[in-house]
Write a protein of this length. Structure first.
Length: 420
């Protein structure tokens, strides 16, 4: 058994049929979890993301993944190719290690002038893999709304997205591992060798990332802060505040990337089947809230049945995609008129002093990026799914349905929390 297995197995044996859930809404904790689990892994790391930036946090994770590979860990990295411009050389270098394999979802044939790809192959390239998961040794996984980049982890170098991930142990981890396998082998995914010219695996001693990536003053200060994060403190003391609950993974069929997934199999439909129709209240936190005419009609039907609805989304000033706000703003007055409670996150004025966020409505998030909702104070969804047509029809998505009154109440309180 690996070190992680030895630590986690006894906990799970005491909670048969349930999963241990740790919420990660603090950006520093979210990075610390990924970094430390990568350091602790001894057998496998399966990593799947929509965006991986070549900034400090992205390069730090590349460095620690390479270090894991050098100590014998099998590393598999599955990235959506829409957000990899400028990463080809780095990915080629990493993939050259015999313990690292990188694959790309719906890759572009034109590596530099990618707009040409949209002109010649729009139907395929318009479908993206929005999934986000990070699984170590097959026994612990991270799922949620964060991509990989400084904007998600509070490095202090740029405005921050306030977001939410969960760390999970228990039966659902195997489901995430199986789902990763399903995507890894799907028709929309290509090996890096098939997309780029990659040399034969070289001696592992020759594969080195530039020391400047992780050995400057800013990076050293950030790594020092990680050691004092709540996650690291709880982990070292073996006192992680886990919530034990029945948890289910919902994930789109990867055939959605080809436009071939049956409509009834799409995640939003399955999500509502699993969550059930609310009878008391529904709390929605969605960074990109574009309800459409049909979505508004459904919300108003629930209001007429006496269901209380609260929605937290970005204000115009906080939204990083202005056209998305326009899709929401056209329905705002109507929703308010019928009694829907709308809350909008505003960016902080002082972005310089905002070191990292301390929650979905904390003091430093300049823009909301989370995707979660709860029904009747009993069930919670946390994942990558936005409340918009792109998530519904085009992008592949994933997330957890967690049956926990404690977690549902935690989400509900986010609407009324005052900024720190």
């Amino acid at each position: 058994m690996t070190r992680l297995e030895r630590a986690i197995t006894p906990l799970c044996e005491n909670h048969p049929g349930e999963c241990g859930i740790l919420t990660l809404d603090d950006s520093l904790d979210a990075f610390a979890a990924r970094y430390r689990l990568t350091e602790m892994a001894e057998r496998t790391l399966d990593v799947q993301y929509y965006i991986w930036e070549s900034d400090m946090s992205g390069l730090l994770l590349f460095s620690v993944l390479l270090a894991a590979a050098k100590r014998g860990v099998r590393v598999r990295l599955l990235l959506d190719d829409n957000n990899t411009p400028g990463l080809d050389d780095t990915l080629r270098l990493l993939d050259n290690h015999p313990n690292i394999e990188i694959r790309l979802f719906n890759p572009f044939s034109f590596r530099i002038l990618r707009a040409l790809g949209y002109l010649t192959d729009f139907a395929r390239l318009n479908r993206r893999m929005h999934n986000k998961s990070y699984t170590a040794d097959g026994v612990v996984t991270l799922v949620g709304g964060r991509n990989i980049g400084d904007a998600y982890f509070g490095t202090g170098e740029q405005p921050l997205f306030s977001d939410l991930d969960v760390m999970a142990i228990g039966p659902v981890v195997q489901d995430v591992a199986d789902d990763f396998e399903r995507y890894w082998h799907c028709r929309s995914v290509s090996t890096l060798q098939n997309v780029l010219e990659v040399a034969e695996p070289a001696s592992t001693q020759k594969i080195e990332l530039p020391e400047s990536w992780y050995n400057d003053d800013i990076t050293r200060r950030y790594l020092h802060k990680l050691e004092t994060s709540q996650f690291m403190t709880h982990l070292d003391q073996r006192s992680l505040p886990l919530i034990w609950a029945r948890t289910r993974l919902l994930s789109d069929d990867p055939a959605k990337g080809e436009g071939k997934a049956p409509r009834h199999s799409l995640l939003p439909q399955r999500l509502f089947d699993v969550m059930g129709s609310p009878t008391e209240r529904i709390d929605i936190i969605s960074a990109y809230f574009v309800p459409t005419r049909a979505g508004v009609a459904q919300l108003l039907r629930l209001v007429r049945k006496g269901v209380k609805i609260a929605i937290l989304t970005n204000s115009l000033a906080a939204n990083d995609v202005a056209v998305v706000h326009a899709g929401y703003a056209r329905w705002r007055k109507k929703l308010l008129r019928y009694g829907v409670e709308l809350y909008e996150l505003k960016p902080t004025r002082d972005r310089v002093s905002a070191v990292h966020d301390r929650g979905l409505t904390g003091n430093s998030g300049s823009s909301l990026h989370a995707k979660t909702f709860s029904i009747d104070g009993r069930k919670v969804f946390i994942g990558s799914l936005n409340f918009d047509p792109r998530s519904t029809l085009l992008n592949t998505e994933m997330g957890f349905v967690i049956e926990s009154e404690v977690l549902a109440e935690l989400i509900h309180k986010r609407f009324y929390a005052k900024p720190a």
